[in-house]
Design a protein around this ligand. Structure first.
Ligand code: G3P
Length: 284
């Protein structure tokens, strides 16, 4: 992590050329997040109308992850398991064990539903992990508890932009989980994701989110502003977004299965990742 920044800086994308360019612009890069939508978008350009077999598509994901890994060999590269609403933890775990062998610096992404956390609770003893599609403080408490005793880095990815998109202040969720985690052992790193603008980055840095992952378009806008930092008296302006208040009643300390894991955007996100990936793959 560069001393100038209070967080690790990642790029969010599926295109190695962007990784190269972002690294050149900033002078370093701490990591990259990918997901099935971003990889499918990259591949859609080259695959044209002919669909790939599941193995071919997976091979392409592996190739892309490998290229990114070579560009940032000391960074972390998030690779996601493929899940729909019905995928069981055993299946996710077996995908994770396979994907972690693709590159030496993989962090495996699991969705924040019950099966995903069940798989993550085992995987965190074996490999770095990243829990994705997080939208609530309650989910953050569950992630913390499910990964207690982890032997590798654990990231949690609150998707701020997707809450903003529907009129709720996504950055509040980042702030709330950082506040709640203050009473914990700090084993979970908050990775601000689904970033839409520079204000998101500045507030994430101000809040001391451990990591922020930035899509290339916003990365370039930030580069145009010389990678500006938040002022000491920085105030985030949420505009008309509805506040998401801190919940004092949601505290760390219970078994993870007892927290409410439901958020409709988690379920919608899982289905969308799955649909985007399947749009590329022949149905068997
Ligand atoms: O890192 C998460 C990100 O890829 C999701 O972003 O823009 O699809 O909400 P977005």
């Amino acid at each position: 992590m560069d001393k100038k920044f209070s967080a690790k800086i990642f790029i969010d994308g599926g295109e190695p050329e962007e990784t190269k360019e972002a690294k050149k612009l900033l002078g370093f890069l701490d990591g990259q997040t990918t997901n099935p939508t971003l990889i499918a978008k990259n591949l859609a350009a080259s695959v044209s109308s002919a669909k790939l077999t599941q193995d071919e598509a997976l091979g392409e994901y592996k190739r892309i992850a490998g290229e990114i890994s070579k560009i940032i060999p000391h960074g972390s590269v998030s690779i996601q398991v493929f899940a729909n609403g019905k995928t069981e933890s055993e299946e996710m775990l077996s995908q994770a064990r396979e994907r972690t062998k693709w590159i030496p610096n993989a962090s495996i992404k699991f969705p924040c539903n019950a099966e995903g956390l069940k798989a993550a609770s085992v995987a965190c003893k074996e490999m770095p992990i990243n829990i994705t599609l997080v939208f609530t403080q309650s989910q953050a408490a569950a992630v913390y508890e499910a990964t207690l005793g982890a032997k590798h880095p654990v990231f949690i990815s609150p998707f701020v932009g997707r809450l903003d998109d529907r009129g709720e202040n996504g950055m509040d969720v980042v702030s709330n989980m950082i506040k709640m985690y203050q009473s914990g052992d700090k084993h979970v790193e908050v990775l601000t994701a689904s970033v839409r603008n520079i204000a998101h980055i500045l507030y994430a840095l101000y809040l001391k989110s451990n990591i922020v992952t930035v899509p290339f378009k916003v990365f370039r806008q930030w580069a145009d502003k010389n990678f500006m930092l938040p002022a000491e008296n920085f105030v985030y302006n949420p505009g008309n977004l509805k506040a998401v208040p801190f919940r004092k009643d949601i505290m760390l300390g219970k078994p993870w299965q007892e927290y409410d894991l439901f958020h409709d955007l988690t379920d919608i996100g899982i289905e969308k990742f799955s649909a985007d990936w399947n749009s590329l793959v022949q149905s068997s």
